[in-house]
Write a protein that binds this ligand. Structure first.
Ligand code: UN1
Length: 524
């Protein structure tokens, strides 16, 4: 029997200790302490140390403290997941699906609250954090139905009185390592399909955004996911990565983050042949053809380039524009970039929030300098925003480079910030060539009114995702998500394709002939 799950999210079970901040001699606010979730219990780290979760729009605001966990904590979480696996894999999949449906319902109920907390912890505007929570809701509802499908195949056997079929089986304990830019959606892309397939998990969120993942885990607990099935451990990747990636009881590591770290995950998994699913960088592109609806293309470039402050792996950080419309496009794009309202994402008038932390802000500043030195033309932005409402946060102007050459670093490397490079092209074929000529292959788009060009680009762009007359961002959960080249390692998250990550195939033959039959040999 499973032990009863904690009954209510509203209880303060996870926040046993609070801190009082003293400001000008006055107690200002209470800072909640969040714990790890291991084997159905909310527990402190064996380190006894915590780290702070701060608001990137106002880094004086501490949203909570989280456990700075150790390898020992991870080992306990893996042991709990391993113990729970024996029972969870035997729970009928439709029943697992029902619990996941409940997860979706609870997320829906608390969507606004979770969105507000997410804007506070990572900065993107409220509309986008609502979308992030919605993506987790969509994933829960879509995947819950898989509990009643998880289709395998039945197929004729080549011998008489013999039956053949294939079924999916879970792998066991999965380590899920998730990023800060979609702090609830991406954990849900991994967690929910892993669970419906019958796996148990240890999830480690990015240290910039532990609360959104915590909210998802609490919802799982409330929905009735039994103890030990989902384990949540916070702390630094450099400390926790090794046990998460190398422990012999872990069967799969699912990672979303930079290509650089993805490579280390891949290498760490190799000696023990762990399954490894990687979602990494992008250098996504919008092609603007000479017949494009220009205003629409500009809107797409603004949304794709500056949405989430450019911090999406699907962000449109390059725009390749036909020379006939290049000048007009650039003028319109620069005007829109300059007019964007930057500020605290909780303000409904704000269109772009801060970047997530000081390091990310420096990276953006570095790339602005690199672009200038390479000879790109700075047409909008180019500076961090300082003073007044900006003084306590990590704000940067929406930045636009024109006259970018395809091989410049700003056109080749993932910046993960509000910087867009516009590249002129002489003709359509050249535009496609430039668009493909980067080390990544996540998302691409074309704006054109010509159906022939649209289909040619659909065929020739070597990316995992492609859009016609829409920007490079906004993938839906029931379609496969992932990319080619250095973006991934051949897997696709989301859609029914995610099931292929989180399950293994077993082919089963049942011989009811009552005699020895030999495949391939008893042929005549
Ligand atoms: C990411 O940037 O890591 O397609 C994920 C999109 C979102 C997901 C982005 N649905 O832009």
């Amino acid at each position: 029997m499973w032990k009863r799950a904690h009954p209510s999210l509203d209880g303060q079970a996870a926040m046993a200790r609070t801190y009082i901040v003293i400001f000008k001699g006055q107690a200002m606010t209470q800072i909640p302490e969040f714990k790890n979730y291991i084997g159905g219990e909310w527990v402190r780290s064996s380190s006894g140390v915590t780290f702070e979760n701060r608001n990137p729009a106002n880094h004086d605001e501490i949203l909570g403290v989280f456990q700075k966990s150790t390898a020992k904590d991870v080992e306990q979480a893996i042991a709990a997941a391993r113990e729970a696996f024996g029972r969870w894999r035997l729970m009928p999949a439709p029943r697992r699906g029902e619990i996941l449906f409940k997860v979706g319902e609870l997320l829906l109920k608390r969507k606004e609250e979770f969105a507000q907390q997410m804007t506070r912890e990572m900065g993107k505007v409220l509309n986008e954090t609502r979308g992030d929570v919605q993506e987790a809701i969509d994933m829960s509802f879509f995947t819950a139905g898989e509990g009643r499908r998880l289709y395998g195949q039945t197929t004729p056997a080549e011998l008489p009185n013999k039956f053949a079929m294939s079924v999916r089986m879970p792998l066991g304990v999965c380590s899920l390592i998730t990023p800060w830019n979609f702090p609830m959606a991406i954990p849900s892309w991994k967690l929910i399909p892993a669970l419906v397939c019958g796996n148990t998990v240890v999830i480690k969120p990015a240290s910039d955004t532990p609360q959104s993942c915590y909210n998802l885990v609490r919802v799982c607990e409330e929905a009735g996911v039994p103890e030990g099935v989902v384990n949540f451990v916070t702390g630094s990747g450099s400390e926790l990565g090794t046990p998460l990636m190398t422990h012999s009881d872990v069967k799969l590591v699912s990672f979303t983050g930079s290509t650089e770290i993805g490579k280390t995950v891949s290498i760490a998994c190799a000696p023990s042949f762990k399954h490894c699913n990687l979602e990494m960088g992008g250098k996504n592109v919008i092609i603007v053809a000479d017949d494009a609806h220009l205003d629409l293309a500009v809107e797409g470039a603004v949304w794709g380039g500056f949405g989430t402050s450019g911090q999406r792996c699907t962000a449109a950080s390059r725009v390749v524009v036909h020379k006939k419309v290049y000048k007009e496009f650039l003028e319109k794009f620069a005007a829109r970039a300059k007019s964007l309202r930057v500020g605290n994402g909780l303000d409904p008038h704000v269109e772009m929030g801060p970047v997530v932390n000081q390091g990310q802000l420096r990276t953006v500043e570095d790339y602005v300098e690199i672009g200038k030195k390479e000879g790109a033309k700075l047409l909008a932005g180019g500076h961090r925003l300082e003073g007044g409402a900006y003084s306590r946060g990590f704000f940067h102007e929406p930045t636009l480079f024109g006259d970018v050459a395809p091989k410049m670093r700003v056109a080749q490397e993932e910046i993960f910030g509000p910087v867009v490079s516009v590249i002129p092209a002489d003709h359509f074929e050249q535009a496609v060539e430039i668009a493909n000529d980067v080390p990544y292959g996540l998302s691409a788009a074309i704006y054109t009114q010509d159906v022939n060009k649209a289909f040619m680009a659909m065929r020739d762009m070597y990316t995992g995702i492609f859009y016609v007359n829409a920007s490079t961002i906004g993938a839906e959960v029931h379609l496969p998500f992932g990319g080619t080249k250095q973006t991934g390692n051949g897997h696709r998250e989301a859609g029914i394709q995610a099931l292929d990550i989180f399950s293994e195939w077993k082919s089963i033959y049942v011989d009811y002939s009552g005699k020895l039959q030999k495949a391939q040999i008893d042929h005549d």
